[in-house]
Design a protein around this ligand. Structure first.
Ligand SMILES: *[C@@H]1O[C@H](CO)[C@@H](O)[C@H](O)[C@H]1NC(C)=O
Length: 458
């Protein structure tokens, strides 16, 4: 009897428990959603939005731009729309567009990355990256495209040649009705292919036609309702079939094609004679880290003069790189502890005598408030107008009366050893081995075991 009652009560309790949990979860989701879409005062006008879905249903897929046009008429040139995963503002009219893209550009240079884009590109590449990565990609792409003839006469010739092929292909249709879409597409793609891959593709090339179709399909479907839903509920849509899966699959195939191209380039790659964009990119990847240091060493010291601390002031880039290595290396993550000698208060809190105090240098050296790209190696952190810039938030040697006694010694060693080695060698990972930023942690952090090749010459 009692056991029966007991188990009934347990079942009731369990049921009740489940309901409270579900309710709680819902309340939490709604609240989180509410917080996310809180817009603050004076937010641009727009239609009312639903929880989770935002203005999804007002966008009238598959013709969202016409829906937006109607909304602009109603709400004005700054129209706010809640896309479900992000708040957006649509800007209409030259004056406002110039304001956003030119005058505000320091504040509008980043790219939002939707869930589906993130799935395909992460935040990488010329188009999807932001911040420092974008700056480097952009600078490299501009220079390299220029080197391969963009804006030069040779480019004219290349296009003229392709135009002749296009004319020929269209002549073959003998005036009969035909869909020119992929022929024109192929012609235009061939220009950029000849710069990036070093080759053009015949209009009859079945494989290339297939790729053009994939690209066409992926671009078309990304604007579909399905992808809009994927962007709102990626965790759910990931598991459902639909056009969003086609977009992801198409891009996988396109990326496979490009990686095949890159692998082929690696086989007969000569760093001194870049044939195309891929070759130039491969070269850039090997020199990104030490190129500039070695250029500075060659300029200030040449190949035979031994480096001394007196040279350091004339070698701001090298000095910045060493500091950046220390920042990222972060060898004493929690500093050397201190102990409170007598009862005291800190930031309003009471600390009794004998309390151990750890100062978190990891957090400081990776603090996004202090560093432009906290998680990326970037010597620019220690440079300003090409000159070395001391940073207050760099505390590799700690500060105060118990700061590292050996700072001078260590700094001298770092400079002379580092400079001497880079003066004589170029360091590279062995072929097919990847270096990692993982560390072995004891009292200090050190790199996990690794091998590198020291190639003589700089
Ligand atoms: C120090 O900061 C890092 C980075 O924020 C964090 O991962 C780590 O847990 C912190 N350590 C301590 C002991 O607070």
């Amino acid at each position: 009897m009692f056991t029966a009652l007991g188990s009934q009560a347990a079942a009731l309790w369990a049921g009740f428990h489940l309901w409270t949990l579900l309710l709680g979860a819902f309340a939490f989701l709604f609240f989180a959603d509410f917080l996310k879409r809180r817009r603050g005062k004076n937010y641009p006008p727009g239609p009312r939005s639903l929880p989770f879905f935002g203005n999804f249903f007002q966008l009238d897929f598959p013709e969202p731009h016409q829906a937006i046009q109607r909304l602009v008429k109603k709400y004005g040139n700054l129209l706010s729309l809640d896309l479900g995963f992000v708040l957006s503002v649509t800007v209409t009219g030259l004056t406002l567009i110039k304001e956003v893209l030119l005058h505000m550009d320091q504040n509008t240079l980043s790219r939002p990355v939707t869930a589906i884009r993130h799935c395909v590109f992460k935040k990488h590449g010329l188009i999807m990256s932001s911040g420092q990565e974008w700056k480097e990609q952009r600078r490299f792409a501009m220079t390299t495209l220029r080197n391969f003839g963009l804006g030069k006469k040779s480019l004219d010739e290349r296009i003229q040649e392709e135009a002749c092929y296009l004319v020929e292909a269209i002549q073959e249709e003998k005036g009969k009705p035909f869909d020119p879409h992929f022929k024109i597409n192929n012609a235009v793609s061939n220009i950029i292919c000849s710069v990036t891959f070093g080759e053009r593709f015949e209009y009859e090339d079945a494989r290339f036609q297939e790729l053009l179709k994939l690209l066409d399909e992926a671009t078309y479907l990304e604007a579909s309702m399905w992808c809009a839903l994927y962007n709102i509920f990626p965790w759910l849509m990931k598991f459902l079939p639909g056009p969003h899966q086609t977009v992801i699959r198409d891009w996988e195939k396109l990326k496979l094609f490009v990686s095949g191209m890159i692998e082929n380039h690696k086989k007969d790659w000569n760093p001194d004679e870049p044939r195309d964009f891929i070759d130039a990119y491969l070269k850039e990847m090997t020199k990104v880290r030490n190129q500039k240091v070695q250029a500075e060493i060659n300029k200030v010291l040449g190949q035979s003069q031994l480096p001394s601390t007196a040279n350091r002031d004339h070698m701001p880039y090298t000095n910045a790189v060493i500091h950046e290595v220390q920042r990222m290396g972060n060898i004493i993550p929690l500093n050397v502890p201190r102990e409170v000698t007598f009862d005291t208060t800190l930031d309003g809190y009471y600390l009794p005598k004998g309390t151990m105090i750890l100062t978190n240098l990891t957090a400081l050296h990776r603090d996004p408030k202090e560093w432009a790209t906290p998680d990326t190696f970037n010597p620019e952190h220690f440079l300003e107008n090409g000159q070395f810039k001391k940073r207050e938030a760099f505390l590799a040697f700690s500060i105060g009366k118990r700061a590292c006694l050996g700072e001078q010694l260590a700094r001298t060693e770092l400079f002379i050893f580092f400079t001497s080695l880079l003066q004589k060698f170029t360091f590279m990972p062995p072929a097919n081995e990847k270096l990692s930023l993982k560390f072995r942690s004891g009292l200090t952090l050190s790199p996990v075991g690794y091998r590198i090749c020291a190639v003589p010459g700089s």
